[in-house]
Write a protein that binds this ligand. Structure first.
Ligand SMILES: [Zn+2]
Ligand SMILES: [Zn+2]
Length: 107
């Protein structure tokens, strides 16, 4: 732990210009050198990877009778996607329950 040479406050690690530096919360004194913990802090960033989230979603989707253009199967999952910018219309998507091929509704 380091202290501010000006006012004695505990310095707080703060991100600046892609570096972690120590900053005094009271007088905004900044250390010129990066904090020692730099490598640790950097490496712990966003390691969370969501696996199988899409599959989980698909499994809970409602089914409807639609003919798959790929294999001709007559049952598919379906969901609606709001089309960005387009006059609030939504596009219906289908995914074949047999071959998992995905297609959008053509009107
Ligand atoms: Zn200070
Ligand atoms: Zn199919």
């Amino acid at each position: 732990m380091q202290f501010c040479p000006n006012c004695g406050m505990t310095l707080v690690p703060t991100k600046k210009d892609n570096k972690i530096i120590l900053v005094c919360p009271k007088c905004n004194y900044e250390t010129k050198r990066a904090a020692k913990e730099i490598s640790k802090i950097k490496h712990d960033k966003e390691k969370i990877v969501v696996i199988g989230k899409t599959e989980e979603k698909v499994r809970t989707l409602p089914k409807t009778s639609a003919v798959c253009p790929k294999c001709g199967h007559s049952e598919a999952f379906y969901w609606l996607v709001q089309t960005r910018g387009a006059d609030e219309s939504s596009t219906q998507f289908f995914r074949c329950t047999r071959c998992s091929s995905t297609w959008r509704e053509t009107s």
